[in-house]
Write a protein that binds this ligand. Structure first.
Ligand code: WT7
Length: 637
């Protein structure tokens, strides 16, 4: 494993941290040194936080896949790059060495070329968690096409929104996918989406389930037919440091999901540096990140980080509970996984099952455990630590965001403090601050405030696709000079950070991010709906659940069956607009919403009711109609 810029002790952490803040340019130049550069940079960091301009390694030329693949061939050509574990434990797993992966990526890149894809083109990818997905993503990067992976649980409408925003010309998909006991006709969803996507001229379909699919003449081609006889070498396109590498859509407090843009050099350096240091990766590790490549965690810590580091990354197609709640632990034993990275929601859902599902496996290979996506509650932390890590594996609770490209605040496994319910200390290069509402910095420990970042770092979001002003407004304008995270945090008496949760109208359901406005917009598409208000509420397994208050045109129907019919119809609309993952846990039909005289919905009250805390609703005197509150309380789900 590259020892370069590797932190091995607490003293080394403090030293690296000090240098990264005092002389960041020198620090990052040293970290970036050993990568394969076609040309080195003219300057390391150019940042104007207030304008939202952040350039890293300006002037450098490179291709990230040369760093993920070619660079390792002489020393790790026969080392496993990807181990694929399918949904069904009885189907054969698959392993790809670095040499094989290199060949497959080159071949796919040639197929893309042959289908007219060029540098800078946007390619949307809607595929199952199979090796071909990883290959497709890297193939885009190989030829300089900008990939935009769409999680294969989003609906046709959600795909269309993303494809149209990115103006993608090509879509990569498959015939179908497995998810636990279910099989989903992925190509059919894409077909439906593309009815409203005029920019798309080519769809390349990978065969996975062997299902018959409709192939549109002149638009759709099978990958295996296109790949026949195609060369397994492909020169890597030379990219500028700040050329976009990918777009990944994520929800914010307003409007439609935005396309977060990451670029080439800074993202690469950040992915590799954070991956090796947070997980303290060793040459023989079998590393498993359970996230889907459709989310940023899959981008940085299933694909790019591990491959940049020359590690072996396990890719799992299935779900934690299929065919049994012991599936994760079975996979760990089967492949001798040493580093395991998952989400608190998965841990909480598995905790609820008989402990014998865990005890049936040895889990002896494990060395490091990771958590990501939302705050991990103490109970889940202890269960993870005791039953999975057998009290010998440090837990890294990694706080970061789609926009940060990689981990920002976390323990470095076994090196910096790992305390339940604390993400811990910032990584080198990360300067977190706590801000007051007025934007002033809160000094000292044992303090709480808005979490912001004071200095640029290599993985920082560059823009939101096609709309830089939106990025500036969202992240850089709220507190000029800082990157605003949208999270609240506490710095404890030892200076460790504890993430409290979002301070904006973003909710985090099973580690998936939704804007309340986004769900409301979906609900409002339903003809039974006049207006709606969505809030999050604490949920034992999901972290937060979705609670929707909905006003119907004819008021609240008397009959229970009629109410159920409307609720079912609303759910159908949400599934069509966004996808099953945004299904509300509770829908309450109401005749009105608590509004101020100026017409603003008092979400604070709705949140309290959803939480079940109706004793202390605070000041309701400014409400237009205080009686609505009583109705809402009495009809609470
Ligand atoms: C939001 C970002 C980045 C990986 C997956 C989620 C929350 C994420 C933690 C953590 C507390 C966390 C924050 C953040 N979050 N990790 N370890 N502790 N909160 O990425 O979809 O961009 O969501 O997830 O609220 O702002 P994302």
């Amino acid at each position: 494993m590259p020892e370069h810029a590797r932190i091995r002790s607490l003293e080394e952490y403090h030293e690296a941290y000090r240098r990264s803040t005092e002389t960041p340019e020198q620090f990052w130049a040293e970290v970036a040194e050993p990568f394969t550069w076609r040309r080195k940079w003219d300057s390391v960091m150019n940042s104007d936080m207030a304008a939202g301009h952040n350039d890293w390694f300006q002037g450098a030329r490179l291709n990230i896949t040369e760093n993920c693949l070619d660079r390792h061939l002489s020393t790790r050509g026969n080392k496993l790059a990807i181990v694929y574990e399918p949904n069904d434990p009885h189907t054969r797993h698959l392993r790809l060495t670095y040499r094989e992966l290199h060949q497959e990526v080159c071949r796919f890149a040639n197929v893309l070329h042959n289908n007219g894809v060029e540098k800078g083109d946007r390619v949307c990818i809607y595929m199952p968690m199979i090796p071909q997905l990883a290959i497709a993503v890297l193939a885009c990067a190989r030829i300089g096409a900008i990939h935009s992976v769409i999680f294969a649980g989003f609906s046709a409408n959600a795909i269309a929104d993303r494809v149209n925003d990115a103006q993608a010309t090509v879509v990569l998909t498959s015939d179908g996918l497995n998810r636990g006991a279910k099989q989903i006709p992925v190509k059919r969803v894409v077909d439906e989406a593309l009815e409203s996507c005029p920019s798309v001229r080519r769809v390349i379909v990978t065969e996975h389930l062997g299902w018959p699919v409709h192939m549109q003449e002149g638009r759709d081609v099978w990958y295996h037919e296109e790949a026949e006889g195609v060369a397994k070498t492909c020169p890597a396109e030379e990219m500028g440091a700040e050329d976009p590498l990918f777009i990944l859509y994520t929800s914010g407090s307003t409007g439609k999901p935005k396309g977060v843009v990451h670029t080439t050099a800074g993202y690469m350096v950040w992915a590799d540096y954070t991956f090796r240091n947070v997980f303290q990766i060793e040459e023989n590790d079998i590393y498993w990140c359970t996230a889907d490549i459709g989310w940023v965690t899959g981008h940085t810590y299933l694909l790019y980080g591990p491959l940049l580091a020359g590690a072996t990354s396990l890719m799992f197609e299935g779900v934690p509970t299929y065919p049994s709640p012991g599936r994760f632990w079975e996979v760990i034993d089967k492949h001798s996984v040493t580093v395991f990275y998952t989400a608190p929601t998965a841990i909480r859902s598995l905790m609820a099952h008989d402990i014998n599902h865990v005890l049936a496996y040895s889990l002896d290979s494990l060395r490091v455990l990771g958590s990501v996506g939302e705050p991990i509650n103490e109970e889940a932390w202890h269960w993870y630590y005791t039953h999975i890590g057998k009290e010998r594996c440090p837990i890294v609770d990694t706080w970061w965001q789609t926009e940060t490209g990689g981990v920002m605040i976390s323990a470095l496994a076994g090196i910096t403090p790992s305390v339940p319910a604390r993400a811990g200390l910032p990584l080198p290069g990360v300067l977190p601050v706590l801000l007051n509402q007025d934007g002033s910095e809160i000094e000292g420990n044992d303090q709480e405030g808005y979490l912001a970042i004071k200095q640029s770092w290599p993985g920082i979001i560059r823009t939101t696709y096609g709309d830089h002003e939106r990025a500036r407004q969202t992240y850089f304008a709220p507190y000029p000079g800082y990157y605003f995270t949208g999270d609240g945090a506490r710095r404890d008496e030892n200076g460790l950070y504890r993430i409290i949760g979002r301070v904006d109208d973003v909710i985090n359901v099973s580690g998936h991010r939704f804007g309340t406005a986004e769900i409301e917009n979906a609900i409002n598409q339903n003809s039974h709906v006049v207006e709606s208000a969505v809030v999050g509420f604490p949920h034992d397994v999901k972290g937060q659940g979705i609670y929707a208050y909905v006003i119907c045109p004819e008021g609240v129907p008397e009959a229970e069956v009629e109410r159920q019919r409307i609720e079912a119809s609303i759910i159908e609309t949400i599934v069509a607009e966004i996808g099953r993952i945004a299904k509300p846990d509770k829908i309450q039909l109401v005749s009105g919403l608590p509004k101020t005289r100026s017409g603003k919905i008092m979400r604070r009250i709705l949140r309290k009711v959803a939480e079940g805390d109706t004793t202390n609703l605070g000041d309701t005197t400014t409400l237009l109609d205080p009686l609505v509150v009583d109705e809402i309380i009495s009809g609470r789900k």
